[in-house]
Ligand binder design. Structure first.
Ligand code: ADP
Ligand code: MG
Length: 678
């Protein structure tokens, strides 16, 4: 008996799979035939493009034909972890190959046979190596072959076979896009595209398949965003009848930048519109987002609304509280701070004052305010996002109560066109200008041989009134960052910085402890703060002049930029020292970017270029749906087209009720299912 396969059938029913294999596929997130067909190759081995190892640079994805020139040696590392090592030669270069846990592959390799090695190559001056490359016999096979992300027991070739069987079993795939769209945007039929993305006969075929599938994926994303956006554009009774921006600006001790004025103006216009504000404020570190927030709060409160300002950490909530109190002093606006470490009686009292309306602005951590507090007339919620709250959390908040105006502040600059589409459900204001007189932080990249010199330099800085952050080496995942920070601090206290007051800050500390350390550092009692990346978020210590980052290669550029933004906030010249012993050329180039640019938008551009948006945003952080094939930076042009197309579709069929849009509506709910379950 043989039933035809459907996209919804379990992979278990694909020829050659069965129950056990299905379990392996499940590990890759593949449960149904549809998942398998959307499990696109992560690369292709184009055998017409083989090169010699010497023609690649370290970090490249290489495709090399080489002979196995040594026996395969087995090394037990620990239970469940076996390494196999062997050497290949391409006639010029010996390539050291390591294979992890793949007994089957190791046993198959034959001395002096030729193989195609495909994968990332690392190089030193004298040798080349590849860790877990794809290894296939050099004989036979198609010119272009798909390479799939594999898991230990399920290699790329096995996946390839299964995909082939599934494609044979499903028959012609039903089209998902309305015909007028495939025609207008010159898109290949779905059936062809899916077959060709897995088994392209030529580069051109592959290109057409990719274009079609990317377009469809981006279209789904944009449709989802636009729908979310219109859902959040409900009318609200919270209308700011009068704009108090001018009055607020006169309260400021400094002259606002044009960008700050524009941003406050845009927010106030939103609040006056009768439709709830749903806006992102983007600005580089130090661009003055807090003053913008204060301005918006001022107009909201003067119009009779309550406001909440939420920060990702308690330290930041404290700092915002101090800043807001001074920015809003003498205005009669009642500001309260509510954090986990407020005493219970005070917490109760503050909550009561929010319910009876006597507190105008509450500042606190996100978790606390979202879960614990009721307001009498909440009109404005500002989230100092610092890149930590995702789309899903925004959606949760927007559903709370009476639809307040919301403003999300992000310190991670993203190129504007991209931001428009990534934060597709938000309007955007950008602070593209720093307050005048900002110094540039001098940045250097060195290796660890310079440690003694750096320490001496830091000592001098401290003697002349400065202070230093030291971001200690990152630890392996699962290990505690606490140990790493503490032992590094001890080492310094017993060595180079004997007699200097050193503080430690790490993620495992209670908020109260963190805060004590932070304020001692702010007061100048602590001169060196050894920390894990918990200091990344916007803490302000103007007399700190040195930011030293160990293992800098392990950080993203945007993260390094955030860290660097912790110094250079006062009058003194400040320094950022990036320590890295990485031999990889790619890392070295990346770190040089930090030296070259101080503009966060430029760095973000580079970061995106070098790492791709997947890593740049890190799915958990941005809360965006996981994309299977599109790369929002590489595919900017298709992103633009798909946005235009999405707008057209919704104009004609706002609720996607028409039959020709049914498959798309289904795709949207599939794609956003994971992001919006709250
Ligand atoms: P961020 O955008 O990183 O949150 P902040 O709001 O913390 O930046 O502002 C950084 C510093 O710049 C603060 O000390 C603030 O008082 C100061 N500042 C903000 N706007 C201006 C301005 N227009 N002119 C001078 N200083 C400003
Ligand atoms: Mg800030």
């Amino acid at each position: 008996m043989y039933a035809a396969l459907e996209k919804n059938s379990s992979v278990q029913f694909v020829k050659g799979v069965g129950e056990k294999r299905a379990g392996l596929f499940a590990k890759l997130g593949i449960f149904r035939v549809g998942d398998l067909l959307e499990y696109y190759p992560r690369a292709y081995e184009d055998r017409s493009q083989k090169k010699k190892a010497s023609e690649y640079s370290g970090g490249d994805t290489a495709c090399i034909e080489a002979q196995l020139v040594s026996p395969v040696r087995e090394h037990f590392v620990r239970r469940g972890m076996t390494l196999y090592k062997c050497e290949f030669s391409d006639g010029e270069t010996v390539i050291r190959v390591t294979i992890f846990n793949n007994k089957y592959l190791a046993a198959r390799l034959k001395l002096f046979e030729s193989y195609i090695l495909f994968g990332k190559i690392e190089k030193t001056l004298t040798s080349a190596s590849m860790a877990s490359p794809e290894i296939e016999p050099a004989q036979g096979g198609d010119i272009i072959r798909p390479i799939y992300r594999a898991t230990g027991r399920l290699n790329s070739r096995a996946i390839e076979k299964t995909v082939k069987a599934a494609l044979d079993g499903v028959g012609r795939l039903r089209e998902t896009l309305p015909e007028d769209i495939t025609r207008k945007y010159l898109l290949a039929p779905l059936n062809d595209a899916v077959r060709q993305i897995h088994f392209p006969k030529s580069a051109k075929e592959l290109e057409q398949a990719r274009r079609r599938l990317i377009f469809e994926e981006l279209l789904t994303l944009q449709l989802g965003f636009l729908k979310l956006r219109s859902a959040s554009r409900e009318r609200t009774r919270l209308v700011a009848k009068k704009d108090y921006t001018g009055e607020f600006m006169r309260l400021l001790a400094f002259k606002p930048t044009a960008a700050q004025e524009r941003a406050v103006g845009e927010c106030c216009a939103d609040m006056a519109s009768g439709v709830a504000m749903n806006r992102l404020l983007q600005g580089d570190v130090g661009s003055g987002k807090t003053a913008v927030a204060a301005g918006v709060i001022y107009t909201a409160v003067k119009n009779g609304m309550q406001a909440a300002l939420m920060a990702p950490t308690e330290i930041l909530a404290n700092q915002h509280y101090e800043t807001m109190r001074s920015l809003l002093s003498g205005t009669g606006i009642c500001v309260r701070l509510l954090t986990g470490s407020s005493p219970a009686a005070e917490k109760r009292e503050i909550k009561r004052s929010l319910m009876d309306g006597s507190t105008d602005l509450v500042i606190g951590t996100h978790a606390l305010i979202v879960n614990d507090v009721e307001f009498s007339r909440l009109g404005l919620v500002i989230t100092d996002e610092q890149h930590r709250f995702g789309v899903d959390q925004r959606a949760v908040l927007a559903m709370k109560g009476d639809k307040p105006h919301t403003l999300v502040m992000s310190a991670t600059p993203i190129p504007r066109t991209l931001a428009l589409m990534i934060y597709g459900d938000l309007d955007i204001s950008v602070l593209d200008e720093l307050p005048p007189g900002r110094q540039t932080v001098r940045t250097d990249v060195v290796d660890s041989r310079y440690h003694q010199r750096i320490y001496a330099f830091i000592k001098k800085q401290i003697e002349s009134g400065g202070a230093a952050y030291i971001v200690c080496p990152l630890v392996e995942e699962g290990e505690s960052d606490m140990l790493s920070a503490q032992s590094y601090a001890e080492e310094l206290a017993n060595g180079a910085f004997r007699g200097v007051n050193i503080g430690v800050l790490h993620g495992k500390m209670k908020p109260r402890q963190k805060e004590q350390v932070m304020s001692a550092f702010q007061r100048g009692d602590i001169k060196i703060l050894v920390a894990t990346t918990v200091i990344e978020v916007g803490v302000d210590v103007p007399h700190a002049t040195v930011m030293l980052v160990e293992n800098a290669e392990r950080f993203g550029l945007s993260q390094l930029h955030q860290l660097r933004g912790r110094v250079g906030r006062g009058e003194q010249q400040s320094y950022c020292i990036l320590v890295s012993d990485s031999k990889s050329e790619t890392s070295r180039l990346r770190l040089q970017t930090m030296k070259k640019y101080s503009d966060g938008f430029k760095i973000a551009d580079e970061d995106l270029k070098q790492r791709g948006p997947g890593d740049f945003f890190g799915n958990r952080q941005h809360g965006l749906p996981q994309l299977k094939i599109a790369d929002m930076l590489q595919d900017m042009e298709l992103l633009r087209l798909s946005r235009e197309c999405a707008a057209d579709i919704l104009k004609d069929d706002p609720r996607l009720d028409k039959p020709q849009n049914a498959p798309l509506a289904q795709k949207i709910s599939d794609m956003f299912r994971d992001s919006f379950t709250a």
